[in-house]
Design a protein around this ligand. Structure first.
Ligand code: VGL
Ligand code: ZN
Length: 209
């Protein structure tokens, strides 16, 4: 072990059926990061997962807006919103974690996207920062100072979770080989990494852990 992880948390973002091939909002090869994630969970004192967990009437679903299609942009209660296929609906298989993902050491799961009026890419706050999931306070109460972020999808929920972690004062690292992008535009994943690096987030691979 190259680091001391006693004050570090691993945050596994949205490794759920709907973001994996065959799911409603699939990330290409999204399942291929699961064995890698399992291989390093044991290095961390604290392992936490986030779960995209929408009600069926969520405002981010194109199907809930007449005449709109997935990936169209709308104004949703004052915020720009990309519309998505229906995904990660509470109580459906798509919202469940992939069964190959080892949950044995998870301390807590933070759900997000439950308010139908606002989307929530970050595991910390909704996109308008009107509401918090409790993840930030949880990490502070545990004395955690460093967070390592991976999972799905790099260009949305992983990026916003990492940026919020860094802005809350946690020393934040992205594990690049344990995350993949949706890439609506082909460069979105690469751009997300640049944005995170510019914010001071460490860009690592699992070999650096
Ligand atoms: C996500 C789009 C919509 C993600 C969640 O987990 O990256 N992306 N909801
Ligand atoms: Zn979502």
């Amino acid at each position: 072990m190259k680091h001391n992880y006693s004050d570090a948390a691993l945050i596994l973002v949205d490794v759920q059926h709907d973001f994996i091939p065959g799911g409603a909002l699939e990330v290409k090869e999204g399942d291929q990061i699961i064995p890698l994630i399992n291989s390093f969970q044991g290095k961390f004192e604290h392992v936490i997962a986030t779960q995209d967990f929408h009600p069926a009437d969520h405002g981010s679903f194109a199907a809930n807006h007449a005449g709109k299609n997935p990936y169209d942009q709308i104004d949703l209660f004052g915020l720009n919103q990309t519309l998505w296929p229906v995904h990660c609906v509470q109580g459906t298989k798509g919202a469940e974690f992939h069964p190959d993902l080892d949950q044995g050491r998870w301390e807590a799961i933070f759900q997000k996207g439950k308010n139908p009026e606002v989307d929530s890419y970050s595991g910390f706050f909704d996109n308008a920062r009107r509401g918090a999931t409790g993840l930030g306070d949880y990490l502070k109460e545990k004395g955690i100072r460093k967070v390592f972020v991976c999972g799905l999808a790099l260009d949305y929920c992983v990026k916003f979770t990492a940026l919020d972690a860094q802005s809350l004062g946690f020393e934040t690292s992205l594990i690049t080989d344990a995350t993949l992008a949706v890439n609506i535009n082909p460069e979105d994943g690469a751009k997300a990494i640049k944005e995170m690096a510019a914010a001071g987030i460490h860009i690592l691979t699992s070999k650096d852990l």
